[in-house]
Design a protein around this ligand. Structure first.
Ligand code: HEM
Ligand code: HEM
Length: 138
């Protein structure tokens, strides 16, 4: 059973990263519309607003899941890996993005650039976290 459970965190996290990529793609279309006037299909904005919070929430679930897995299943020292630290930093970025996103919805349009740059950073940090995680698989 334990042999199967250790794949739980990698599975949830891989799904989280895929979702983050699609959320970013929809956000990026909004950016092109904002900066270059390239019209984005109207359905993309509500889709971004629907899945953005899921993306941030699942990132937190992934990080907590990874730490629980590390301590309870692998019996490793907590946060001794770069993967773990980068995973936490990614989660923090997604938390700030969530907060900026909510302020954007409330009308603080000047925060769009910051939200977008953090989105790109978050996606890179998450991607690197995922690649580093592969070498930690059993
Ligand atoms: C967590 C909840 C989130 C909310 C409420 C949210 C909300 C928004 C809103 C309102 C916009 C502006 C759309 C417009 O111009 O009308 C936006 C843009 C954007 N979002 Fe999000 N978002 C969230 C999460 C994310 C995440 C997780 C990512 C990346 C992984 C992301 C990446 C982007 C990008 C790249 C833009 C374009 C910003 C720009 O114009 O420069 N967002 N978001
Ligand atoms: C969404 C991005 C991810 C985040 C935020 C994340 C976060 C974490 C954290 C915080 C830990 C605890 C590490 C420690 O205490 O040193 C961990 C452990 C681990 N992560 Fe990730 N991770 C992510 C993606 C992945 C992916 C994509 C894989 C594999 C394909 C992976 C494989 C692992 C493994 C094997 C462990 C050790 C615990 C276990 O065996 O379940 N992670 N992760």
């Amino acid at each position: 059973m334990r042999d199967l459970l250790v794949y739980g965190h990698p599975l949830v996290a891989t799904f989280t990263l895929l979702l983050a990529f699609f959320v970013f793609r929809d956000g990026f279309a909004q950016r092109k519309q904002r900066l270059r006037g390239i019209q984005a299909p109207p359905a993309l904005r509500p889709r971004h607003l629907k899945w953005g919070p899921w993306s941030s929430g699942l990132m937190a679930v992934s990080a907590v899941g990874g730490m629980v897995s590390t301590v309870a299943l692998r019996k490793w020292e907590l946060l001794a890996t770069f993967h773990g630290k980068l995973g936490l930093a990614t989660t923090l970025l997604f938390g700030v993005m969530w907060w900026l996103g909510r302020r954007l919805v409330a009308g603080d349009k000047h925060l769009a650039g910051r939200h977008g740059v953090l989105g790109l950073l978050g996606l890179f940090a998450g991607g690197l976290t995922g690649v580093l995680g592969i070498s930690m698989l059993p």
